[in-house]
Write a protein that binds this ligand. Structure first.
Ligand code: MRU
Length: 341
């Protein structure tokens, strides 16, 4: 990805340190954070310095490799990395692959972690190629959360087809849901789209039905954190609402995700563990003042509690198709099983 004319990777392992773009500081300042130990990398996953299904998968694989390089107890490290965030499948997949490679040697573990991160990039690129034809010239696309190159190295999942369409000369317009409470759409997707020179605007989370009623949306594309064997998709809270409304208006609703996000051991979306995060994320917001000083302010009734589920599950029947690195499939159990044969 290019940021202000320079090439960056969302996350990388170099020597014994993991370097990641600090997503908590964006879009107000850009900096790359160094995590020197696997515990630092765990904390960065937990506090969302790095976030997004693919990016935390890469981070988790790197953390496992760091633990093995440091000769720390691999079983303990594995459990602690697995406990950082519960919903995104890529995190668990990456820890497992690197842990198993570590049985051979530390070098194998490092190579496995690097290979996973590279595979992410290839998968994201192919998702873009397969998804691009869905986007007609002049399309207006609604997306939710951030499933761009910050969330999925190095093209994104949901945004990869959009980037391919734009780079190929098509005119596209993106509505970025703000994605309360952490505002990944308003802060990160909007920043990415601006960097790519793609026309866009931020819309309130609850504007989807209005936009669709007014025929302002041609297509919805979102990412995924975990896809059950039956095609149900866990993604950022609020995704299911968009899918219901899109179905009501007959607007195509696509999910973009690599095979590493599918979890064949989870039969049904109801079995997916949904992360609950702190009520502070709902009750407080942070941002810079005119001088660039960051402040955190309360935005809700003092004393009221808040419930903060981070994901919801969209049943397969609401999904027009899943764009993967192997092509677009219908979200049904047979099609999904055939992808893994
Ligand atoms: O809680 P986050 O920001 O890590 O959310 C996960 C996501 O990035 C989205 O749900 C996204 O659509 C998944 S694909 C990058």
């Amino acid at each position: 990805m290019r940021v202000a004319g320079q090439e960056y990777l969302t996350i990388r392992l170099e020597g014994t340190s993991v370097y990641m773009i600090d997503q908590n500081l964006l879009p107000f300042s850009f900096s790359v954070k160094e995590c020197k130990t696997w515990e630092d990398t765990c904390l960065a996953i937990r506090n969302m310095t790095v976030r997004g299904a693919g990016a935390i998968g890469a981070a988790a694989g790197f953390a496992m490799a760091q633990a093995l390089i440091a000769s720390d107890d691999p079983d303990e490290a594995k459990e602690r990395i697995r406990s950082t965030r519960p919903t995104a499948r890529d995190l668990f997949h990456a820890v497992e692959v690197v842990f198993e490679a570590g049985r051979v040697s530390v070098q194998s573990a490092v190579e496995a972690a690097q290979a996973l991160a590279r595979a992410n990039i290839e998968a994201a690129k192919n998702i873009g190629k397969y998804g691009e034809p869905l986007i007609a010239d002049g399309s207006r696309i609604l997306t939710h959360c951030n499933a761009g190159w910050l969330g999925f190295v190095d093209y994104g999942s949901a945004l990869s087809p959009v980037y391919f369409a734009h780079r190929g000369g098509k005119s596209v317009f993106v509505y970025a849901d703000e994605t309360r409470p952490r505002s990944q759409g308003a802060r990160l997707t909007a920043w990415e789209l601006a960097n790519e020179g793609i026309e866009h605007c931020i819309v309130p989370d609850n504007a989807g039905a209005y936009l669709m009623l007014k025929s302002m949306v041609d297509l919805v594309i979102v990412g995924a954190d975990r896809i059950a064997a039956n095609g149900d998709v866990a993604n950022k809270i609020g995704t299911f609402e968009k899918a219901i409304v899109a179905k009501h208006f007959g607007i195509p609703f696509f999910v973009a995700a690599p095979l590493s996000t599918f979890d064949l051991s989870t039969a049904h979306g109801n079995d997916i563990v949904i992360e609950e995060r702190s009520s502070d994320e709902v009750n407080y917001q942070s941002g810079p003042d005119q001088e660039g000083r960051i402040h955190t302010i309360r935005v809700s009734n003092p004393g009221s509690d808040a419930f903060n589920p981070a994901f919801d599950v969209t049943p397969a029947e609401f999904i027009s198709g899943i764009i993967t690195e192997k092509g677009i499939i219908k979200p049904d159990i047979g099609m999904i099983a055939s992808l893994f044969r």
